[in-house]
Design a protein around this ligand. Sequence first.
Ligand code: EPZ
Length: 435
Amino acid sequence: MDKFIIHGGHRLRGSIRVNGSKNAALPMMAAALLLERDEVLVLRNVPDLGDVRTMGTLLERLGVRVERERATLKLAVADDTPVQAPYEIVKTMRAGICTLGPLVGRRGEAHVSHPGGCAIGVRPVDLHVRGIAMLGARVKTDHGYIVATAKRLRGGTVYLGGAFGSTVTGTANVLMAAVLARGTTVIEYAAQEPEVQELANLLNAMGARIEGIGSYRLVVHGVERLRGTRWTVIPDRIEAGTFMACAAVTAGDLLVENVRAEHMTAVLETLREMGCGLEVGSFSVRVRGPRRLRPVDLNTLPFPGFPTDLQSQFMACCCLADGISVVTEKIYPERFSHLPEFCRMGARGRKYESAAIISGVRELHGAPVMASDLRAGAGLVVAGLAARGYTEVQRIYHLDRGYDHVERRLNAVGAKIRRVAEKAKEAPVRETGTG
Ligand code: EPZ
């Protein structure tokens, strides 16, 4: 297991380029399952990440030929008979659940391992299941697998509202199931995240007929078949926000390139509130961190609200702000595993129900800390960049699932991060992936 040794206290300066979005690419890859044999889906700007490789392996098991050339993936269905998304793959990457909708929609049957809970909370899939069932599939759980069958799905009205708003991958699943269904499907309370919008745009380019993209109400007129197409994956707004937090916390001056600012309104507003100087260009944002950040009240919310996937990175900033911040988690009430790690570094904060109250300190100090999921790890890197001395971030395999060579890219703008291979003293942890 590798770890990072971060020598903190260096201001980040220069320009850094954001890669394609992991969470947009994963369901788009699953959309290849909807193709007729020999049709080819070409995805450009696909990040080379652990989760993307895992999705590639899963699709290969499902009869899809996957070829990568640099940032371009070519996906083509060679065999359209396999229907099983196995436990040993889905347990390491929750996005494997995105195969459920296209499998039952195109192949009439899906056996997808139940992804279970994970480090950021319970994460049920009841809305996915309910949505697929509303389109006429028979759905049951069998020995840990969600088994869905339907000769051909039929359009219907699906409501995707849950206790914490809509569902991102659930909307992707129902959308992919509905495009080949007989008749018209109405998805009420669809997720509006840019990743869902882009999936819908891709499906339309493949021949689907989806209306209302970007709204709470998607109307899908079923078609007989889809064709291949070429598509460029949008920039990763979470990676962009992570780099912006790195600039903010180190009083840096960073030009973050390949950014869609319209996907990041809440994040940019939060940076302004914290006292950062921003220059928003057509595809870039320059962030200048102040000498001392101002505290904020932060609520994570579904898009266009502040994303839960940037909560830990911005909490790291709050740890050094000049006053008391309140960070309320409205998507995953238990997503605070980074807080005790920040406290090991000298932060002052405590969790109260689904919020953390952080009293900013003047200085964090390096310490050994542990990443328990992808974004918690990113938050620890942000904190480590600002801390005095050396921070050792363990279990960075979580980070590698979502950030491509993050240490090299941050070192190019002034960070001092070393990747060190650590002899496994313990068996790799067997928790479910959080993607
Ligand atoms: C996606 O997960 C992302 N993953 C997550 O990013 C992200 O944190 C999340 O959306 C929220 O933005 C991918 O896109 C691959 P949800 P998803 O279903 O779709 C509840 C990362 O770090 N819910 O929108 O699984 C759920 O418990 C990852 O990159 C139900 O109650 O999230 C949560 O409270 C982590 N029933 C809320 O809805 C369901 O059937 C939103 O979850 C489904 C979800």
